[in-house]
Design a protein around this ligand. Structure first.
Ligand code: ZN
Ligand code: ZN
Length: 352
């Protein structure tokens, strides 16, 4: 990544321009950065951030300059049938990647070359961004904007996978495979709903330590033990809900194999394109009525979820402070990616 001088256009009628205060360093951006999930170039990355409204388009009636907002990376239209039924993740509008808003054009121009730059959904690594007003979710002004940024992707995704997608209930058993920025928040979601036991699986002892801090009751390190045997020692009849918050199909196989009858495996992680699971559908799916489904953005509706998670944070029930493991300036963002690539647990934050 390199620093470029970029002109950020005025917001169109239904858009807002946001002065960013902080942006989380996310695995999906790392995939674009290292080429494992190719993105069009040149591009400004960043899908997790918060800031202050700087200006609003002529048709915007819900936000004012000075409002504090968290950015929803969905960039949903707000008017299609899926948006109206509260499922913005299924928005039928154009893909937000490569453009912004719904006219298919970029809001970023490279000052030196005069060429337009692709958006990575909201492109929160730009100090100013332009997004549809529906993607800037207004929040309480007493919520610290750096912690708020984390709600823009990882926290909402991990937490919602347990509460919205799995719909875990008090006393249900939960196992989370992968305890990075997203998986740790699945652990928190499980803790908040009163799940028990909560089993954290990761190859890093540091990540497992963090998982315990955030609510895991048991830890399993697949580098040291047979992960499936170990989980069946903890829950002999299997786990009610497993969460795959890691990009590994081997972990996904295990997450399916340890399910109790009637259990559900929720997929959050993104293995490389072409990687395949091995599933004995008769033994693992049919006879025990087990299920497997993906969860995008924690199956959440950010306009409802962000303010709810903020209330949990301010009430001391959601831990965002422990998640923050490093802060960087914008010109240190390559370093932030390298730390993430090494498998750091918790979350790095770029502060503007
Ligand atoms: Zn993300
Ligand atoms: Zn829509």
């Amino acid at each position: 990544m390199q620093m470029r001088k970029v002109e950020v256009a005025d917001p169109a009628p239904h858009e807002v321009r946001v002065k960013m205060t902080a942006s989380g360093v996310c695995h999906s951006c790392l995939h674009a950065y290292d080429g494992s999930h190719p993105a069009p170039l040149p591009i400004i990355l960043g899908d997790e951030g918060a800031g202050v409204i700087e200006s609003v388009g002529s048709a915007v009636t819900t936000l004012l300059p000075g409002d504090h907002v968290i950015i929803s990376w969905l960039l949903n239209c707000g008017t299609c049938p899926q948006c109206l039924r509260g499922k913005p993740a299924y928005c039928q509008g154009p893909s937000p990647f490569g453009a912004v808003g719904f006219d298919g054009t970029s809001r970023f121009t490279d000052v030196e070359t005069g060429k337009s730059i692709h958006h990575y959904a909201p492109s929160t690594y730009s100090p100013y961004i332009v997004v549809p007003a529906t993607s800037a979710i207004k929040i309480r002004k007493d919520m610290p904007l750096d912690k708020a940024a984390l709600l823009g992707c990882s926290v909402t995704t991990g937490f919602g996978a347990v509460t919205n997608a799995a719909q875990a209930r008090p006393g249900d058993s939960v196992a989370v495979f992968g305890c990075g920025g997203v998986g740790l928040n699945s652990i928190q979601g499980a803790r908040v709903v009163g799940a028990n036991p909560i089993i954290a699986v990761d190859t890093s002892d540091a990540a497992l330590e963090m998982a315990v801090k955030l609510g895991a009751t048991h830890t399993v390190n697949p580098k040291k033990v047979d992960v499936e045997k170990e989980i069946f020692k903890i829950v002999p009849f299997g786990v009610n809900h497993t969460i795959g918050a890691v990009g590994s199909v081997q972990a996904f196989d295990s997450a399916l194999n340890v399910l109790a009858p009637g259990g559900n495996f929720i997929i959050l992680g993104a293995p490389s394109h072409g990687d395949r699971m091995t599933i004995d559908t008769t033994a693992r799916i049919l006879t025990g009525e087990r299920g497997m489904r993906g969860s995008k953005y924690g199956s959440s509706n950010p306009a409802i979820e962000f303010p709810m998670l903020i209330e949990l944070y301010l009430a001391g029930k959601l831990d965002l402070d422990s998640l923050l493991t490093g802060t960087y300036s914008l010109d240190e963002s390559n370093q932030a990616f390298e730390v993430l690539a090494k498998g750091s647990s918790g979350r790095g934050l770029i502060k503007f």
